[in-house]
Design a protein. Structure first.
Length: 147
């Protein structure tokens, strides 16, 4: 497995999330358009407001996923001997990709923790080299490789 495989998989996952958000937004829009005003006006307005809030929340999430795709593209260019945003770091315990926050993913039967470069764990790793040890919240990580 290569860093490019990870980047491609992350891009695929984000595209899936974007498509799901867009479909959900369309569904809410359709429901809002189809809703007719009932004799219980307050009930109708409450329902429409709840749908609007749901749509707004989904649009916010959609914007976040689109921002992450943009960040991912800028991280793809980075190569370094030290840990930085865009690094895939293998330790004796776990593998991490520092750049965007997507949590735990599985790729080619390996678990990789995809962590924001601003997360405390990532900050502890930033600037470290192969062979370095990182202590974080009582755990010690020995860096085997950086891509």
């Amino acid at each position: 497995m290569t860093k490019k495989d990870i980047l491609n998989h992350l891009h695929f996952l984000l595209e899936q999330k974007i498509n799901e958000c867009q479909a959900a937004i369309k569904e809410v829009q359709s429901a809002m358009s189809a809703e007719t005003k009932s004799s219980a006006g307050d009930k109708h307005e409450t329902s429409r407001e709840m749908m609007k809030q749901s749509r707004d929340q989904m649009e916010g999430q959609l914007g976040q996923y689109q921002k992450q795709i943009h960040q991912l593209k800028s991280l793809a260019q980075r190569k370094s001997q030290v840990v930085q945003a865009g690094s895939w770091v293998k330790t004796k315990k776990q593998s991490f990709f520092f750049g965007i926050a997507l949590g735990r993913i599985s790729l080619h039967n390996q678990t990789i923790f995809v962590v924001s470069a601003q997360a405390p764990l990532a900050i502890a790793f930033l600037g470290k080299k192969e062979g370095d040890k990182v202590s974080f919240r009582g755990e010690e990580y020995h860096i085997k490789s950086i891509q």
